[in-house]
Design a protein around this ligand. Structure first.
Ligand code: MG
Length: 165
């Protein structure tokens, strides 16, 4: 078994769509980013790469590369799923938390779970997403941005495939 942790934060920006967990959420502002700014998917990507010992999202998809401009983060997630498959790693489960003062995320959680479960080829019961506020404290509380955390467990389908160096 291999455990990975991922974290991401993005600032709100005018004139952008708010995309979280692959779901477009009605809100006056979106998140500033080179990609679509999907903090939840970015945190999940980093958790998956972390568990696999394969670095982080910025190393695989550098924001200096024009091909990733405004890219749908689901494409990055799907590429990481292929990478894990190449390394004979299966995903056991994912737990995650989005921290946002606004908008209200509860109505969108099930939609996000379905997106993640689809892209990861996992049963819905193995993908969990929680939403919290900070009760008005700090930069999240002032609605300056949104952050996300994710923890994953991977299973080595063929033990020893990832070489110890
Ligand atoms: Mg990010």
């Amino acid at each position: 078994m291999r455990i990975g942790y991922g974290y991401d934060a993005h600032a709100f920006a005018e004139g952008r769509k708010l995309v979280l967990g692959g779901v477009t959420i009605p809100h006056p502002q979106g998140l500033a980013a080179h990609s679509d700014g999907d903090v939840l998917i970015h945190a999940v990507c980093d958790a998956l790469l972390g568990a696999a010992g394969l670095g982080d999202i910025g190393q695989h998809f550098p924001d200096s590369d024009a091909q990733y401009r405004d890219i749908d983060s689901r494409i990055l997630l799907q590429e990481i799923v292929l990478l894990l498959r190449e390394h004979s790693l299966g995903i056991s489960n994912i737990d995650s938390t989005i921290v946002a003062q606004a908008p209200k995320l509860a109505p969108h959680i099930e939609g996000m779970r379905k997106v993640l479960a689809d892209d990861l080829g996992m049963h819905l019961s193995r993908v969990n997403i929680k939403a919290k506020t900070t009760e008005g404290m700090g930069y999240i509380g002032r609605a300056e941005g949104i952050e996300a955390h994710a923890v994953v467990m991977l299973e080595e389908l063929q033990p020893g495939t990832l070489k110890d160096e």
